[in-house]
Design a protein around this ligand. Structure first.
Ligand code: SF4
Ligand code: SF4
Length: 398
C-alpha cells in the first residue's frame, strides 16, 4: 500500500476512535457478555440453524443451504433466471464466494449500491476496512479514477464524488428487478432477516421484485433481541455510533388479504425472497480449536489498532480477508500456512480491542507453529517492526 494511502487510512481510523471516545466502552460491557453467550450458543449449532430455516420457510421465504461457494453461485444463477442486471449491497459473504466475478463471467452486470463499494468497483481497487472500504483513498485519487471511468470531470470534493456515484447507482436501481443483499443476522425464533446500514441503499435493493439474501450459517441468532444487541456492538466498534441509521427487519414478502380475504403477494415489492445460507467450511471450523474466529461480527475494530495494518494496510490481508483475523481465517479455510501470517507481531492489540476478545495472536501462533522456520519468522518479524517504526518516524515528520 502506498504511503499516502496509509496516511489516509490512519486519519479515517482516528476519526472512528474519536467518535468512540464520546461513548465510553463501559456502557457495552454487559452487552458484550450477552453477545459472547449468544455466539457460543449459536456457532455450529445445527438445531438452532434448522429452527431458523423452518421459521424462514413458514414466513413464505425460499431457503437454500449451500455447502460451498460454487454451490451457492449455482443457486443464485438459478434464482436469477434470465435477468441480466443485478443491484447489490455490501456483503462480506458475496465477496468471499466471489459472486460478482462469477456473475460477470456469465454476462450479467452487477452494480454495487454502497457508495464506497461502487467506488472500489469502478476503480478496481481492494477494500481497506469491512465497513469503510475506501478509507485508504484520498478524494483526489478517487476523483481521478472516476473522471477516467465516467469520461467527465469529477471534482476532488467528497460531496461531488458522492453525488456522481449516487446518480450512477440510482439509474441502475430504477432498472433492476433483482436485488442481492447480505444479512447481519437471521433470527431463529421469528424467522427474520436483519440488515443494518447507514446509506439507505439496502432499503432500495431489498424492494426489487425479487430479493436474494446471501449470508452465512454463522449469522444465526436466537431472537431479535440478541440480534439487536449484536448490532449495537457492531455499530459502535465499526463507526463509533451506538446504532446505525437504518435497521431493516424482514419477516416475509409484501402481501395483502384486504379484499375478500384473498391472499395476494407482491403488492409492492418484493414478491419473492430467497435466503442462501452458505456454509463454506464453517461447520468444520466450528469443531476446531479456532471456532472462536466464527464469533467475529466483522466490525473491523481490530484493524484500527493493529500496528501491522497501520503500516502496510491491506497488504496485511488476503483478498477480502483483512488483518490478522482475516489471514488466519483464510489459512484455515485453505488448509495452508499463509506466509502473511508471519507479518503478525503477536502484540495482542487486536485482542484488546475486539469486542469479542478474540485471541487472534494465539490462533495465528498455533497455525504457524509448523510453518516457516523460526529463523525466517524472526527475520520477517524484525523487518516488519523496522517498517512500522520507519512509518511512525515519517508520520511525525509530516
Ligand atoms: S497480534 Fe498481529 S494481528 Fe493482532 S494487532 Fe498485533 S500484529 Fe495485528
Ligand atoms: S476480530 Fe473482533 S474486532 Fe476484529 S472484526 Fe472481528 S469482532 Fe471485530
Amino acid at each position: 500500500m502506498k504511503h499516502s494511502e496509509v496516511i489516509a487510512l490512519r486519519k479515517a481510523f482516528n476519526s472512528v476512535k474519536e467518535r468512540q471516545a464520546q461513548n465510553p466502552q463501559a456502557f457495552f460491557e454487559e452487552r458484550k457478555k450477552k453477545l459472547m453467550a449468544t455466539r457460543e450458543l449459536c456457532v455450529g449449532n445445527d438445531e438452532i440453524l434448522s429452527k431458523a430455516i423452518d421459521k424462514l420457510k413458514k414466513n413464505g421465504m425460499k431457503v437454500h443451504l449451500a455447502k460451498e461457494g460454487n454451490e451457492a453461485i449455482g443457486m443464485i444463477l438459478n434464482e436469477l433466471g434470465e435477468e441480466k442486471l443485478v443491484v447489490k449491497s455490501k456483503s462480506n459473504v458475496t465477496k468471499e464466494i466471489e459472486l460478482t466475478k462469477a456473475l460477470e463471467k456469465k454476462g450479467l452486470t452487477v452494480i454495487e449500491t454502497d457508495i464506497g463499494d461502487r467506488i472500489l468497483q469502478v476503480l478496481k481497487a481492494s477494500p481497506s476496512h469491512p465497513t469503510g472500504p475506501v478509507t485508504h483513498l484520498s478524494a483526489k485519487e478517487i476523483a481521478k479514477g472516476l473522471t477516467e471511468y465516467y469520461g467527465k470531470p469529477v471534482k476532488d470534493d467528497p460531496e461531488d464524488i458522492v453525488r456522481i456515484v449516487r446518480e450512477d447507482v440510482i439509474s441502475s436501481l430504477s432498472e433492476a428487478k433483482v436485488g442481492v443483499t447480505g444479512a447481519n443476522a437471521i433470527t431463529a425464533e421469528e424467522g427474520s432477516i436483519v440488515m443494518a446500514h447507514n446509506e439507505g441503499n439496502i432499503y432500495e435493493v431489498m424492494r426489487k421484485e425479487k430479493h436474494i439474501v446471501v449470508t452465512s450459517i454463522d449469522k444465526i441468532y436466537p431472537d431479535l433481541e440478541s440480534a439487536m444487541n449484536m448490532l449495537k456492538i457492531l455499530s459502535y466498534n465499526a463507526t463509533g455510533a451506538t446504532i446505525p441509521s437504518f435497521v431493516e427487519i424482514i419477516s416475509g414478502v409484501s402481501k395483502t388479504a384486504d379484499v375478500e380475504k384473498k391472499f395476494i403477494k407482491g403488492v409492492h415489492s418484493p414478491s419473492e425472497i430467497t435466503v442462501i445460507l452458505v456454509d463454506n467450511k464453517r461447520s468444520e471450523l466450528a469443531k476446531t480449536n479456532a471456532r472462536e474466529l466464527l464469533y467475529c461480527v466483522g466490525c473491523g475494530n481490530c484493524l484500527l489498532y493493529c500496528p501491522m495494518y497501520n503500516t502496510i494496510g491491506n497488504e496485511f490481508a488476503r483478498g477480502s480477508n483483512l488483518g490478522g483475523k482475516g489471514i488466519a481465517y483464510h489459512s484455515l479455510y485453505n488448509n495452508e500456512k499463509d506466509e502473511k501470517l508471519e507479518y503478525c507481531l503477536t502484540c495482542g492489540k487486536c485482542r484488546e480491542n475486539c469486542p469479542m476478545g478474540l485471541d487472534i495472536p494465539a490462533i495465528i501462533k498455533r497455525i504457524r507453529s509448523s510453518g516457516l522456520s523460526s529463523d525466517v519468522y524472526y527475520f520477517l518479524k524484525s523487518h516488519m517492526l523496522w517498517l512500522y517504526y520507519q512509518s511512525l518516524l515519517r508520520l511525525r515528520s509530516e
